[in-house]
Design a binder for this molecule. Structure first.
Ligand SMILES: NC(=O)c1ccc[n+]([C@@H]2O[C@H](COP(=O)([O-])OP(=O)(O)OC[C@H]3O[C@@H](n4cnc5c(N)ncnc54)[C@H](OP(=O)(O)O)[C@@H]3O)[C@@H](O)[C@H]2O)c1
Length: 278
């Protein structure tokens, strides 16, 4: 397994791209994305096509696999389409996790995964811990660098999980929107214990924020789009947004942010105040 990569500041999201997945992931990597988020969940993700795109860029475009940060997920039966479950639903939970992981390695055509995320907490903490022990085993076998958890909106649950596992989560991947107060408490705790917060619905879940006069003022002054303002502020704050664009111009505009100098505290704080604060 190659050494762990620095955590990418942006992740390209591959959900809902169906048969366009191969060409969009390839385009995203060629444009400059180096972090890719997918899942072993055929209902929403075409993981084999993500693998085809990775194979194409590594074989034909001189981009070594070791420079790509590949993140996939174990999705429990609750999150799967009953007609397209990628593992044996009658197997033990531990066996389901192992089968899913092996399917991901095969789909993605890689020998290790940079980040493996539990797509949602299980129904009980006990079952979540059962899954986590299997994930820890992959890490001990040098098949995974980082573990993460997604759709976890209960701080107390996250703290209990954190205390009871030996390989701590490196990521929390959550919906970033008003209904949860933009996870302010979770984000603040995550910072303390060195967990990176990955946001999804960053744009789609925040139409009012994107339309706010504060963002319009900054976008005008910086000669950029409200979407770029949102991403820039979050990235400068240490959040890792998932970006699911299908549009090459948006890819270029969003990646350009990574080259920009730091913005002023005044600009950062003004936008953060719209999304629950720091
Ligand atoms: N863990 C989970 O349960 C979970 C759930 C949902 C999503 N995710 C992950 O998050 C990824 C992103 O999904 P999301 O729902 O959060 O989507 P998103 O990236 O917030 O929204 C993408 C939408 O915003 C539009 N957009 C407008 N301007 C843009 C700009 N400058 N840059 C980028 N997009 C712009 C896009 O349109 P254009 O295509 O026209 O640019 C697209 O319709 C998914 O692919 C998936 O990997 C994870």
């Amino acid at each position: 397994m190659a050494n762990p990569l620095p955590i990418p500041r942006f992740l390209y999201g591959t959900a809902w791209k169906k048969d366009e997945t191969h060409s969009l992931v390839k385009t995203a990597i060629l444009q400059g994305f180096r972090g890719i988020d997918t899942a072993c969940q055929p209902k929403h993700y075409n993981e084999p096509q993500v693998g085809n795109a990775i194979a194409e860029v590594t074989q034909n475009h001189n981009i070594p696999r070791s420079e790509l940060f590949i993140q996939t997920k174990f999705t429990s039966l609750d999150g799967q389409d009953p007609l397209r479950i990628p593992y044996d639903k009658h197997a033990t939970l531990e066996e389901q996790v192992t089968q899913s992981f092996n399917v991901s390695l095969k789909n993605l055509k890689v020998s290790y995964i940079d980040s493996l995320v539990l797509h949602s907490p299980m129904r009980t903490l006990e079952d979540t811990l059962r899954v986590w022990r299997v994930l820890e085993g992959f890490k001990q076998q040098n098949k995974v660098h980082y573990l993460g958890i997604s759709n976890a909106y209960n701080l107390r649950f996250l703290q209990q999980l954190y205390q009871q596992v030996s390989v701590k989560p490196s990521f929390i991947q959550n919906r970033f929107y008003r209904e949860t107060g933009w996870d302010r408490d979770i984000r603040s705790w995550a910072k303390e214990v060195n967990i990176k917060y990955q946001s999804f619905w960053t744009l789609t879940g925040n139409p009012n924020v994107l339309a706010s006069p504060v963002i319009a003022r900054i976008a005008k002054a910086r000669e950029c789009s409200p979407e770029q303002v949102m991403y820039k502020v979050l990235i400068q704050t240490g959040i890792v947004p998932l970006n699911g664009t299908k549009n090459v111009t948006h890819m270029k505009e969003d990646l350009a942010i990574l080259q920009w100098e730091n913005w002023s505290d005044e600009e950062i704080d003004a936008v953060l105040a719209l999304v629950g604060g720091k």
